[in-house]
Design a protein around this ligand. Structure first.
Ligand SMILES: [Mg+2]
Length: 437
């Protein structure tokens, strides 16, 4: 019987801050990074599972140690015990009481659990010979709900209600999976909208986004209202009337400031306003939504399913933005998909960074095939950075994500990329000027 033989961690960072890629009102100089984990096995076919937590640089130092702290809960366990009961596996990590004290179920330790749970899903997909979106979509409703920890959820969503939602989506599952394979899933793009980009670059990239087939582009806002109004005007002129414009404040404002700023931006013209304030401020989001009438989006920094439950219960959000590398991995994100379906709120996943597009496309596709059963009003964020470092990179054609076909979770980075971008010893860092300074 094969076992997990090692849990290896790596500190992988990309010097993206040198180009101001990813710059926004709160994060002026991100270095997109992955606290990377490999679950190694002694399976005769050489299977391994890959995963990571996304950070924007120095956070990797803390994140990597947190992932390594899970080693004793994973190494030595039979593979079949893990891939045969991924719900039980996820709970065995979140229930370790000494590590749980650091959350519970939030922050660095929970992101570490997410990385390891996602690596276990990658392993399960490879062993089943299926991409994770397909593996999960083909589960029966009963198998699906067994993956979910309903603790703290049942006032909003019981196991029975989740089963009913999944059974409602059973008819047509195969047709929807086929449709994903032939025509993909809609994407929107943030590539034109980083705050550090010049007006000319915004104009050029916005035009290119429309030519590339994207129906919505997103701009970073929140540094200066006059600058925001000017950039929105440039973007609107570039894309024309039929394309959606969303804005993202990256938690910049308090409640009053958010209400005032959003009102000046003209909320009726915006597809949504993202992260107007602290991701923890559930009632604040509800208040901003009530005062401005804007469609409010948040979730990329949402720490766990309980926070999403309350955002939905408080009617605080119009768009749920799951992140594949933030909560406790695939399992907890499945719970959030079900909660969103219960409340009838669309899921428009957060992606970008490094590897987030690769992962989250699977979750959006699970939502389409097995949960909400619709793509209407939905799209996956797309940012054109760093995909070349992955073995199974996303394929976005004509503004749509083509469904992944390779077994696993699309999480594996190429060996050369792992070596070259390991911090601080990799070639990329040894030759990077900013690092020398
Ligand atoms: Mg955002």
């Amino acid at each position: 019987m094969a076992h997990i033989t090692a849990l290896d961690t790596l500190d992988v960072r990309f010097p993206t801050s040198t180009q101001l890629d990813g710059s926004d009102a709160m994060n002026p100089d991100p270095d997109y990074s992955a606290a990377y984990v490999v679950l190694r096995t002694d399976h005769p076919d050489g299977y391994a599972g890959h995963g990571f937590a996304f950070t924007i640089g120095r956070g990797n130092e803390v994140q990597r140690v947190a992932i390594a702290a899970l080693e004793r809960l994973v190494v030595g366990r039979p593979i079949t015990e893990i891939v045969g009961d991924l719900g039980g596996f996820a709970r065995s990590l979140t229930d370790d009481s000494q590590l749980r004290w650091l959350g519970p179920e939030k922050g660095v330790m929970h992101m570490a659990i997410g990385a390891v749970v996602n690596a276990a899903w990658d392993l399960a997909g490879r062993m089943a010979g299926k991409p994770v979106w397909q593996l999960v979509s083909e589960l029966s409703p009963e198998q699906f709900v067994d993956l979910i920890d309903f603790r703290y959820l049942t006032d909003a969503l019981t196991r029975q209600e989740a089963l009913a939602l999944l059974r409602r989506a059973e008819p047509g599952k195969r047709d929807r999976a086929d449709r994903l394979l032939t025509s993909g899933y809609p994407a929107y793009t943030t590539s034109p909208g980083w705050l550090g980009y010049s007006d000319a670059k915004l104009d050029r990239l916005a035009r290119r986004a429309v030519a590339d087939g994207f129906g919505i582009i997103k701009l970073k806002v929140g540094r200066d209202i006059d600058e925001d109004l000017r950039r929105l005007k440039i973007a609107r002129a570039a894309v024309g009337p039929g394309i959606g414009l969303a804005v993202d404040a990256n938690q910049r404002w308090g409640i009053d400031e958010a209400a005032e700023w959003i009102s000046r931006l003209g909320p009726a013209e915006l597809s949504w306003v993202e992260e107007p304030t602290s991701p923890d401020d559930i009632l604040g989001h509800a208040e901003i939504r009530r005062r401005t009438g804007a469609r409010i989006a948040t979730g990329e920094h949402g720490q766990n399913r309980i926070l999403f439950k309350q955002l939905l219960q408080a009617q605080a959000v119009d768009v749920v933005q799951i992140d594949a590398a933030r909560v406790g991995g695939v399992n907890e994100n499945l719970a959030i998909l079900l909660l969103a379906a219960k409340f009838g709120v669309p899921v428009i996943p957060h992606a970008g960074g490094v590897g987030l597009c690769e992962l989250v496309q699977h979750l959006a596709m699970i939502d389409y095939v097995a949960v909400s059963a619709t793509m209407s009003g939905r799209a996956i964020e797309y940012v054109d950075h760093l995909h070349e470092h992955f073995r199974d990179p996303v394929r976005v054609v004509g503004g749509r994500y083509l469904a992944p076909r390779a077994p696993g979770f699309s999480a594996e980075m190429l060996p050369a990329s792992l070596t070259d971008y390991t911090y601080p010893t990799g070639t990329a860092w040894r030759t990077c000027k900013e690092y020398e300074n």
